[in-house]
Design a protein around this ligand. Structure first.
Ligand SMILES: Cc1cc2nc3c(=O)[nH]c(=O)nc-3n(C[C@H](O)[C@H](O)[C@H](O)COP(=O)(O)O)c2cc1C
Length: 145
């Protein structure tokens, strides 16, 4: 199974989360490729059976949360029928970040198959691997691990 992990990161937290998502997917037997939103590989995206898409939380910390630098998401291609799992990193409260992200990818024709908000103090395999396992389980993907 081919997995693409697309991320937008300003300070590196979401990049680290994306790398851990890819590492967990690879551990489960998938072929995983990490792609920054600024350097997408449309061939890899077209071939992916599953896409993880992660961003950071922008806002006023306690209200107005939204995906960070969403203007960059214009680089995403049409995702017709693709299964997409979403994640975001945040400091205090992720609020509406994931629902907003879901609206964006659904607007591109994707099917959202799971999501997880990851506190920036919990960007580690212990917290991220269970998210990837849950998504694989939801899709009925047998893992090689
Ligand atoms: C301008 C700005 C606004 C932020 N607003 C929020 C917020 O409203 N709520 C929150 O929980 N975290 C907020 N954060 C924290 C980031 O979402 C968090 O540190 C995230 O992990 C950063 O990811 P990155 O290192 O990939 O850019 C904000 C960070 C920045 C730089």
């Amino acid at each position: 199974m081919k997995v693409a992990v697309v991320y937008e990161s300003m300070g590196g937290n979401t990049k680290r989360a994306a790398e851990l998502v890819a590492g967990s997917a690879a551990f489960l037997g998938a072929e995983a490729t990490v792609l920054p939103i600024t350097d997408l590989d449309y061939g890899v995206l077209a071939e992916a059976d599953l896409i993880f898409f992660g961003t950071w939380t922008d806002g006023a910390f306690l209200f107005g949360q939204r995906p960070g630098r969403a203007g960059r998401f214009k680089k995403l291609p049409w995702l017709d029928g693709k299964q997409v799992a979403l994640f975001c990193t945040y400091a205090v409260k992720a609020g509406g970040t994931l629902p907003a992200l879901a609206r964006i990818v659904e607007g591109l024709g994707a099917e959202v198959v799971g999501w997880r908000a990851i506190k920036r103090s919990a960007i580690d395999a212990k917290h991220i691997a269970p998210f990837v396992v849950d998504v694989f389980d939801a899709l009925g993907v047998a893992s090689a691990a």
